[in-house]
Ligand binder design. Structure first.
Ligand SMILES: NC(=O)c1ccc[n+]([C@@H]2O[C@H](COP(=O)([O-])OP(=O)(O)OC[C@H]3O[C@@H](n4cnc5c(N)ncnc54)[C@H](OP(=O)(O)O)[C@@H]3O)[C@@H](O)[C@H]2O)c1
Length: 225
């Protein structure tokens, strides 16, 4: 059975993508830092007849990424990667701390780039594969009080578009997904958004993504309020 890795699979969009991908004949490798939430998703997948593995992984740690990629490649036929994990700190740029800026880039940008670098050799071995990068409409245009977050998502956009060109003659496909606000735990510790319940659910966004994986670019704008 072909396996797909989903980063940040314990909550929000990553969880919903993992549930749907498990119904598409993938063995889903659920990664993130919190094992409890990942185990709960694994249980849900198994209860619906799918199969999943939990692998704790902090994307800010390059050595951990390399070790785990090797470990997973020995146990599974890796055919896909969903770079979903991401964080954001919002507010005036002048009030954004150096630590926050570094953490956003380490997770959103280097997490995605290092994971892709670590997994690509196995996709190349099988001469086919799918990499889905969860970006945001913050990767399409700048937004007030989101300077560093937008910068990180523009970086992932450039990375994805470049690899699409580099691999266009192969069966390794890169999909860029740009979505507006979603009602997920992402907003739990932020006052940047007044009412996240107005946003689309992660389930709705995950369904749109999984139904459009043949495209190179999936744009899901926010609902009009
Ligand atoms: N919510 C929105 O409005 C929105 C809109 C557009 C795009 N997005 C993007 O959608 C993606 C998913 O976000 P979400 O809304 O579903 O939020 P979420 O529920 O907070 O999910 C983010 C996931 O990333 C994981 N994560 C964070 N830091 C990590 C690290 N260092 N290593 C490994 N995993 C890490 C978290 O798990 P642990 O804490 O357990 O590690 C969490 O499960 C993100 O890339 C986000 O930027 C969100």
């Amino acid at each position: 059975m072909e396996a797909i890795i989903v980063t940040g699979a314990g909550t929000g969009l990553g969880k919903e993508l993992a549930l749907l991908l498990s119904k598409q004949d993938y063995h889903v490798i659920l990664t993130g830092r919190t094992e409890d939430t990942l185990n709960a998703v694994k249980q849900q997948i198994e209860q619906s007849g799918g199969s999943a593995t939990v692998q704790a992984l902090d994307l800010r740690n390059l050595e951990e990424i390399k070790e785990i990629a090797l470990l997973l490649s020995k146990k599974h036929t890796l055919s896909g990667l969903v770079n979903n994990a991401g964080i954001g700190y919002f507010g005036p740029f002048s009030e954004t701390s150096d630590t926050e800026m570094e953490e956003v880039f380490q997770t959103n940008v280097f997490g995605t780039i290092h994971m892709t670098k670590a997994i690509l050799p196995y996709l190349e071995q099988n001469q086919k594969g799918l990499v889905v990068n969860i970006i945001s409409t913050a990767g399409l245009r700048g937004k007030k009080h989101e300077a560093v977050y937008c910068a990180s998502k523009f970086a992932v956009r450039g990375f994805t578009e470049s690899l699409q060109k580099e691999y266009e003659a192969t069966d390794i496909r890169f999909v860029a997904a740009y979505m507006g606000g979603m009602n997920t735990p992402f907003w739990e510790e932020s006052e940047h958004v007044a009412d996240p319940t107005k946003f689309r659910s992660a389930t709705e966004v995950a369904e749109i993504i999984v139904n459009n994986l043949e495209k190179t670019e999936i744009i899901i704008e926010s609902k009009k309020s």
